[in-house]
Design a protein around this ligand. Structure first.
Ligand code: FAD
Length: 560
């Protein structure tokens, strides 16, 4: 029998691998980002650029970026009991998640502005968060809650003196033990119940004083919470109905060194995104909590925390936008179609520049708010942060999902694959818009701020007016738009409020672009966004766009 294989062709290669991109990695996420560098310098944190350069170099490495993928691919797991049946309420995370937490806490992403009165601490922290969130967003949840929780805790001296020093520790200690045995602590937040999330006044969890009532005193909490993210935190700022009304409590995970506090996890939520971060449902069976702030003033107390978590939502969504558009620009610079690189094709240039402009404006707004927080001793800066964080949280988070989708489309089919970062960025995109106050609730909060202190609108007007004379439509808004908004009847504002908050958001971004960005970027952004009667779609810039200048501004060189 003839054993020769009857092949005619001896070359079995199926194709030549060509015209494919390379991963966006091994880059310095700080030094490649001109806009971030400019914003850090503009808002008084020049002195931290060396540290940000070091940090940007670490987090842009391929093996560090891979932590983001691993932390999401291997989801947290929940064990209610140990093998003998003892209640442990343990959530286990992949080592990649712990690595991300460790870095965040080592660099003080949870603590910087509380540790030091150094100039620009909020700007410094926001820049670090912007860099780290590009790697992974989910771990940012406990980091931001720990940071923001201090704002609420510090008003109750007996709790502040025992908890805050350990909360500000740069040590990450994930062990499931009593807080007194740990070198560093994290904080969570529990407001939402089944019957109401936005409307926390509907909370049904009850709190009973164990001895004398009042601020700093222990209470027993009975009820449930429908959303408790990062349930491995060491304590939670929680709302419950005390005899004197809805109040805020600090509820530790452990009662004493030998006993868990009876705050029992029911299950982990099966979320569409943000999956590295565990979110849970809990039942409180007499869990011990200490009152934070005054009895009956729970909403006001916890809002001190929420104001800062909302600020972090702006920073986080801006970071997501940046990673998405950089992935798109990078891909377009390595992929050819119809005889030319995608990045050289005019319609693709329009989309990429437009996406990058959106992120640039989001960053200037976020960093200006960090700058306002740094100057919160000034009444006008405090009022500006009060109204413009609400506006920015609403607007930036709202603009992110479409941005993520459009960036994904620039990459084509490979952008849909789970082994790229794009599906994760896409699934992450709507989440910041929903938690910590969904869109309508944010806009109602803007109206509430205006109603309670009308000076907030004057402060916003002053900030936007710093760019007066830069653009006719901005001038028109300053001249007539503000007074129309101010004089809106209550029932009209209740229906139309969102339209007006949209306008204020865009006007503020335009003004900041004229104040801080190059003229070409500001002009292009404003020309495409200020006519609010036409909904802006990414990729709809006009022919006058200074393409070469803007592409150079946003393009990362040096990856081959
Ligand atoms: C991933 C994730 C993690 C979370 N983690 C936590 C956590 O750790 N702790 C915690 O306490 N909560 C957490 N939440 C809950 C979150 O804060 C709430 O889902 C959110 O506040 C909305 O509340 P809700 O789901 O009850 O919706 P609802 O309050 O029922 O709101 C539904 C919709 O109605 C709108 N709406 C509400 N009131 C009005 C009004 N007056 N006029 C017009 N529109 C209105 C809202 O904007 C929203 O779009 C988390 C949520 C998510 C998605």
């Amino acid at each position: 029998m003839n054993s020769t294989v009857p092949y005619v062709h001896r070359d079995f290669s199926t194709h030549t691998l060509e015209n494919v991109s390379v991963p966006y990695e091994n880059i310095n996420l700080f030094t490649q980002d001109k806009v971030l560098q400019e914003s850090v310098r503009a808002f008084g944190a020049d002195h931290v650029c060396d540290q940000l350069t070091e940090f940007g170099g670490i987090v842009g490495q391929a093996d560090y970026l891979a932590l983001g993928d691993q932390a999401n691919r291997f989801r947290p797991e929940f064990a209610p009991h140990d093998r003998y049946g003892r209640r442990i309420d343990l959530v286990s995370f992949h080592p990649a998640y712990h690595h991300l937490m460790q870095t965040a806490m080592t660099y003080g992403l949870h603590s910087l502005p509380w540790e030091t009165k150094t100039k620009g601490a909020h700007v410094h922290r926001a820049a670090l968060c912007h860099l780290h969130t590009q790697v992974e967003a989910g771990h940012g949840c406990p980091v931001t809650m720990t940071f923001a929780g201090v704002a609420a805790l510090r008003h109750t001296p007996s709790l502040a003196s025992t908890w805050i020093p350990k909360v500000l520790s740069r040590s990450y200690d994930p062990r499931n033990v009593h807080w007194s045995d740990k070198s560093g602590l994290t904080l969570g937040m529990a407001m939402t119940e089944k019957q109401g999330g936005s409307d926390v006044r509907s909370n049904s969890t009850r709190a009973f004083p164990t001895a004398s009532p009042g601020s700093g005193q222990p209470y027993e909490l009975v009820g449930h919470k429908f959303f408790v993210s990062a349930p491995m935190c060491d304590a939670f700022l929680m709302l419950a109905q005390a005899p004197g009304g809805l109040s805020c409590f600090l509820v530790p995970r452990w009662w004493d060194v030998d006993h868990k506090n009876p705050m029992e996890l029911v299950r982990l939520k099966d979320k569409m995104g943000n999956v590295s971060n565990a979110s849970s449902e809990v039942e409180l069976r007499g869990a011990l909590g200490w009152m934070v702030g005054e009895e009956g003033r729970g909403v006001a107390t916890i809002l001190e925390m929420v104001a800062l978590t909302r600020f972090d939502c702006m920073v986080g969504s801006t970071a997501g936008m940046h990673m998405a558009v950089q992935q798109a620009i990078h891909h377009a610079a390595h992929r050819r179609a119809f005889g030319a690189l995608l990045i050289d094709q005019p319609m693709m240039q329009n989309v990429l520049i437009d996406l990058a402009l959106e992120r640039e404006a989001a960053l200037w707004l976020s960093m200006r708010m960090a700058n306002a927080l740094d100057q919160s001793g000034s009444e006008s800066e405090r009022l500006l942060a009060r109204i413009a964080v609400a506006i920015g949280k609403y607007w930036i988070c709202k603009r992110t999902p479409q941005h993520a989708y459009e960036a994904m489309e620039c990459i084509g089919g490979s952008g849909v694959m789970e082994n790229s970062m794009m599906p994760r960025l896409y699934r992450e995109a709507p989440i910041n818009a929903i938690w910590e106050g969904s869109g309508n609730v944010q806009c109602l909060d803007v109206l509430r701020a205006l109603h309670k202190s009308p000076q907030t609108l004057d402060v916003l007007h002053q900030e936007i007016a710093k760019a007066k004379g830069s653009h006719p439509e901005l001038d028109a808004l300053l001249k007539t738009g503000f007074s129309q908004f101010k004089n809106l009847a209550v029932e009209d504002a209740a229906f139309e409020g969102r339209r007006w908050v949209d306008r204020m958001a865009v006007a503020l971004q335009c003004s900041l672009m004229f104040q801080y960005a190059p003229e070409q970027a500001a002009q292009t952004f404003c020309d495409s966004r200020l006519n609010m009667d036409v909904a802006h779609q990414y990729g709809s810039l006009k022919r006058e766009t200074p393409i070469a200048f803007l592409l150079k501004r946003y393009r990362v060189d040096g990856i081959s």
